[in-house]
Write a new protein. Structure first.
Length: 245
C-alpha cells in the first residue's frame, strides 16, 4: 500500500507490532492477576483471560492496566507509590510485580522480533520516512536494544517518557502526538501502526493521517474491534500492505 505523499512519518507501537513480546506481557499479567485474585477471592475466582488482556490492559500504561482490570472485577486498591515493592497491595505494587515477572521471562526466553515488520520498517526508512516508536512499555529501550532495532528508530516515546512528562496513556492520543511533534510533523502527516484497541483509538483521537491495525490474535473478533476503534485497514502482518499496492 502506497500512502499519500503527505505521509512523511511512521509511528509504531512496539509490543505486538515490531516485537513478539505481547505474549510475554500477557503471561506476566496473567500470573500476576491470577495470584492476586486467588489471594482475595479463594479457589472460585475467574482467571485472567485473553479477553481481559485485550479489553483492559493491552496498550495501556502499566498502572492504568491494573486499575482497569481490577475495576472490571470490582476490586479497589490504594494507589501507593511507583517505588512500591513488587507484590505490595497497591496499584503500583501489582504493576511492579508484573514488571518483575516480565523481565524474568525476557531474560529467560530473550526477545523475538517479527522479521517482516523489521524489513518493512527498514524499507520505509530507506524511502525517507521518519520512524518513531510509541509504546506504553517502560522497558522499550532495553527491548529495542535486545532486538537489534535501536538504529532503525529516530524517536522513542515510551513509558518512562510518558511518566516523566505527565502524558495521558492510550487511549488518549498524547503519546502519539508527542511522537509526531518530536519528528517535526503534524498528526495528519503520520501513519500509525497499532495492535491494541486502545492504541488505535488513541491514533484516531489524535486525527492521524492513516491508522493501520495489526491483528496478531487472528480470531476475527480482534480485527473487528480494531476497525470499530478507528483503524483504516487491518492486517495480520505488515507485508500485506505491500501486497495491496
Amino acid at each position: 500500500m502506497a500512502f499519500s505523499a503527505s505521509i512523511t512519518v511512521a509511528l509504531f507501537d512496539l509490543d505486538g507490532v515490531l516485537t513478539d513480546t505481547a505474549q510475554v506481557h500477557r503471561q506476566a499479567w496473567k500470573d500476576t492477576f491470577d495470584a492476586l485474585l486467588a489471594r482475595r477471592l479463594g479457589e472460585g475466582y475467574e482467571p485472567f483471560s485473553e479477553d481481559d488482556y485485550l479489553a483492559h490492559v493491552d496498550g495501556r500504561p502499566r498502572a492504568d492496566g491494573v486499575r482497569e482490570f481490577l475495576g472490571s472485577r470490582d476490586i479497589s486498591l490504594p494507589e501507593g507509590d511507583p517505588e512500591d515493592l513488587p507484590g505490595d497491595s497497591t496499584v503500583h505494587g501489582v504493576g511492579n510485580q508484573k514488571n518483575q515477572l516480565l523481565l524474568s521471562l525476557i531474560e529467560r526466553d530473550g526477545i523475538q522480533v517479527y522479521p517482516e515488520s523489521v524489513g518493512y520498517v527498514s524499507r520505509l526508512r530507506a524511502a525517507g520516512l521518519g520512524i518513531g516508536v510509541v509504546t506504553s512499555s517502560a522497558n522499550a529501550e532495553a527491548v529495542l536494544a535486545a532486538a537489534g532495532l535501536t538504529d532503525l528508530v529516530d524517536v522513542r516515546i515510551d513509558g518512562v517518557e510518558i511518566a516523566r512528562r505527565g502524558l495521558r496513556g492510550k487511549p488518549a492520543p498524547d503519546s502519539f502526538l508527542a511522537g509526531a511533534e518530536a519528528l517535526g510533523v503534524k498528526p495528519g502527516q503520520a501513519v500509525v501502526f497499532e495492535d491494541a484497541v486502545a492504541g488505535v483509538a488513541a491514533a484516531r483521537a489524535g486525527a492521524f493521517g492513516y491508522v493501520v491495525g495489526v491483528d496478531r490474535v487472528r480470531d476475527g473478533r480482534h480485527a473487528d474491534a480494531l476497525r470499530e476503534s478507528g483503524a483504516d485497514v487491518v492486517v495480520t502482518d505488515l507485508t500485506e500492505l505491500e501486497e495491496q499496492r
